[in-house]
Design a protein around this ligand. Structure first.
Ligand code: HEM
Length: 384
């Protein structure tokens, strides 16, 4: 039977590593307000792939703010949204981005940090590469990147539990949609921009989505593709700077991949996924009534000691099976290949051009709301 933890879900989730505060004798926890929390690897994977656990809920703040979109839909609607995005994230396209788009952005970021010490890497640098990539894909003028960044970052809170929905977030959404439309009419991205591609895919496949649903999809894509990666690039730099291994080891592409996978396991930017029971269910022996919110802890799944011995240890050589930073099931991240390609190029360039990367000050903070990353640390990059 699942335990009843007399805790307010909002307070619980405000804590980093909230899954650790729940009893360890079960993976299914009933919290106050009829909210359920899943913490173990098996339970989290089961929930994310369960046919009667759904993403759509009329009261979800993200659905209200963005309108119908890929993240908040299920079944045929969801498949239609995914089909729209597929061409832009295909292996062929990612290969094009890898050759033509990413190297310039990565080198510019590395140029800007060499021989500096940053105590706010997340705010000042981490967004440069992801915003550069996604703005280009979307056909946005590079001069508007900072504006997009300022408007988009607070929207991450719309995906949290509990959500932070304010007048400001709605104003930002309206302004971003206006800018996206303006950029499209200015012809910024040409035929290969995201908006053009998804409209062409829609028309070719006869998918019935309105222009405004296409724009909402573009905006959600923008948020999903930028803020997750900005958070994780911060985690990568933090892991490189802690002296856990020699930077030279990361010149080997296989070791580099293992390093990125291990950092993704320990620091998944999406820590918790919110879903809803579409009917009465039993999960891990616990009755979960229809319409209950179900919180799936990706962070807990990735540090489940039954799957990952000494789960808090950074171990490049460990087996990655069971690590689910990009989730599993119908909503599993379609941008994983793009993201990992971007991270690999960045780590490669840092290793080639830095004699040393050192975390010089570390309060071991974790920004746990929205997209998670280590915070309160300073890092020094010494050029070769
Ligand atoms: C560190 C990088 C990233 C991580 C860890 C990550 C993780 C995730 C996770 C866990 C989900 C599932 C969310 C849910 O079910 O509620 C998701 C969905 C999504 N991601 Fe990513 N993501 C990353 C980067 C990207 C990038 C670079 C893009 C696109 C350029 C992207 C596009 C999307 C989209 C469109 C969805 C919605 C999919 C759906 O609902 O079917 N992500 N991501």
């Amino acid at each position: 039977m699942g335990g009843v933890a007399a805790v307010d879900p909002a307070r619980l989730l405000a804590q980093p590593y909230w899954y650790r505060t729940l009893p360890t004798d079960t993976d299914v926890h009933r919290l106050d307000d009829g909210v359920f929390a899943m913490t173990g690897n098996g339970a989290v994977q089961e929930v994310l792939a369960h046919p009667h656990i759904v993403a759509e809920h009329p009261l979800k703040a993200s659905a209200r703010a963005f309108g119908p979109n890929v993240l908040d839909s299920d079944g045929a609607d969801h498949r239609a949204f995914r089909a729209l995005l597929a061409p832009i994230l295909s292996a062929g396209r990612v290969d094009e981005y890898k050759r033509a788009l990413m190297p310039g952005l990565v080198e510019a970021l590395v140029d800007s940090v060499l021989d500096t010490e940053c105590d706010d890497f997340y705010d000042t640098h981490a967004h440069r590469v992801p915003y550069g990539i996604v703005c280009t894909i979307l056909g946005i003028d590079p001069a508007l990147e900072d504006r997009f960044h300022t408007l988009t970052r607070p929207l991450a809170r719309l995906l949290d539990y509990p959500t932070e929905e304010t007048e400001q977030t709605h104003t930002n959404v309206t302004e971003l949609l206006r800018l996206i439309e303006e950029q499209r009419t200015a012809g910024g991205g040409g035929e290969r921009s995201l908006l053009e591609t998804i409209e062409q895919t829609r028309d070719r496949k006869g998918i019935s989505l309105t222009d405004s649903e296409v724009r909402s999809t573009a905006l959600l894509f923008f948020l999903a593709g930028t803020e997750t990666s900005s958070a994780f690039i911060t985690s990568l730099v933090y892991c490189m700077g802690r002296g856990l291994f020699g930077l030279d080891e990361l010149r080997d592409p296989a070791v580099r991949d293992d390093f990125i996978e291990e950092a993704l396991r320990l620091y998944p930017p999406v820590q918790t996924i919110v879903r809803f029971a579409s009917e009465d269910l039993t999960l891990g022996g616990t009755r979960v009534p229809r319409h209950s919110a179900v919180l799936a802890s990706i962070a807990g799944a990735n540090r489940d000691p039954r799957v990952f011995p000494h789960p808090d240890r950074f171990d490049i050589g460990r087996l990655r099976k069971g690590s689910i930073p990009f989730a599993v099931g119908a909503h599993a991240c379609p941008g994983a290949l793009l993201a990992k390609t971007e991270f690999s190029l960045l780590v490669e360039s840092l290793v080639e051009r830095c004699a040393d990367i050192v975390v010089t000050h570390d309060r071991r903070g974790v920004a746990s709301q929205s997209f998670s990353h280590p915070s309160d640390f300073a890092v020094r990059f010494t050029a070769k």
